[in-house]
Design a protein around this ligand. Structure first.
Ligand code: SF4
Length: 392
């Protein structure tokens, strides 16, 4: 545990014992760096063994410090967790079982890059209890994938989904990206249909994010590549909003679609503000109104000398997070419950101001009120960034 958190241990322990946690592990290694990537990851795998050792130590210490709390969702993300050896994956999984009470576990997801999986590794992961896999497909077009710097082609991505099925992963998700230079609306839809036809139960649809410096952004700035227009991107998202439900995958969050029962339980806890502990470089945690992010400098994190980005939310900040995150969900938010909470915290004026703004957005067709429930409409989902700023 980072020294900055030591003084908060009683609070953290109380929060961890109040309800089951989600546990995220970050594996910060990739075969190559994608041209759009701004995640904490590196191609230099010389620190992989030390990183796994540090994760093992952190799992044990956190389990002990928090009193071996219950955990109901696990998520192994990255980076590329499928670069872990079977031995490393086994050691991490065993350590989790020894340090935490996994009896209420309902979901254990691992991310994988289609260019790094084989049947043996997937079967080993499945037999260790990992029961859901999320594959970073992004597109099913070799030219677009090369532009993104992905290490796999379209055929390999589809083969990885099939291997995951053969290995026994009944719960399979894929990421699909929108807004890639050169990507047409027809291609987005064709890729979505092809992915759904593989039988996966979950699809995440993301806009290419070039907010941070990366090679692809430099190519675009230099005029060598052109992003699709905003209208074309909006058309693609709207078409997916229409098409995917017809194919059996209903939207349940701004970026996520699932078959009945296929909702990502771990990810949903982020939007419901349920507690989670993240271990690994750049991993984020939320426990007892404390939010923190581990150092993203991998060597510093491994050596335990990285700085922690720690935030202790005040009551107004904590309240604002409820609509900020909750309105991402299609089912919307129980406004009366939010109001009651605001009253108990003497923050009613804040909710009054939000409600006035949301009522105005409802007149523009971006927000809908169903009795006490408020939610973003399909058009509101497309403009969610601007709307949710209201709560920042
Ligand atoms: S596979 Fe994912 S984490 Fe790794 S470089 Fe590509 S986008 Fe980044």
């Amino acid at each position: 545990m980072h020294p900055d958190l030591r003084g908060h241990l009683p609070r953290l322990r109380t929060a961890a014992q109040a309800e089951p946690l989600g546990l995220y592990l970050h594996v910060p290694f990739c075969v190559d760096r994608c041209t759009y990537c701004s995640f904490t990851t590196t191609r230099d795998r010389s620190l992989q063994a030390a990183t796994v050792q540090r994760l093992l130590a952190d799992i044990a210490t956190w389990g002990e410090d928090l009193g071996h709390p219950a955990v109901d969702t696990l998520y192994l993300g990255g980076g590329t967790p499928s670069l872990l050896s079977q031995e490393e994956l086994t050691a991490l999984t065993s350590a989790l079982g020894a340090a935490f009470d996994l009896s209420p576990l309902v979901e254990a997801t691992l991310e994988a890059n289609p260019g790094t999986v084989d049947l043996g590794w997937l079967q080993a992961a499945r037999s260790l209890g990992w029961d859901r896999i999320s594959l970073g497909v992004q597109a099913l077009d070799d030219d677009l994938l090369a532009r993104l710097g992905r290490i796999h082609g379209a055929a390999e991505a589809l083969a990885a989904l099939e291997l995951a099925r053969q290995a026994g992963f009944q719960r399979r998700s894929a990421d699909l990206m929108v807004g890639i230079p050169g990507q047409s609306l027809a291609k987005v839809l064709e890729d979505a249909r092809t992915l759904v036809a593989t039988g996966l139960d979950h699809l995440s649809v993301y806009l290419l994010d070039l907010d941070k410096a990366c090679p692809l952004r430099a190519e675009i700035a230099a005029g060598r590549l052109t992003l699709p227009s905003e209208d074309a991107i909006a058309d693609a998202f709207e078409a997916l909003q229409r098409e995917l439900p017809a194919l059996g995958l209903a939207p349940y969050e701004i970026s996520n679609y699932a078959r009945p029962g296929g909702l990502a339980i771990h990810n949903t806890r982020y939007w419901e503000r349920r507690p989670y502990l993240g271990l690994g470089p750049a991993a984020a945690s939320h426990l007892g109104e404390l939010r923190w992010t581990e150092s993203s400098v991998i060597p510093a994190w491994v050596e335990g000398r990285g700085t922690l980005d720690l935030q202790d939310l005040d009551p107004a900040e904590a309240l604002a997070e409820i609509p900020l995150l909750g309105l991402r969900m299609h089912r919307g938010l129980a406004w009366g419950e939010l109001r009651a909470l605001a009253v108990s915290r003497k923050l009613s004026p804040l909710v009054d101001a939000w409600e006035a703004r949301l009522r105005a957005l409802a007149r523009e067709g971006l927000v809908a009120w169903d009795d006490d429930k408020v939610r973003l409409t399909a058009r509101g989902m497309l403009m969610s960034n601007g709307i949710l700023e209201l709560f920042v």
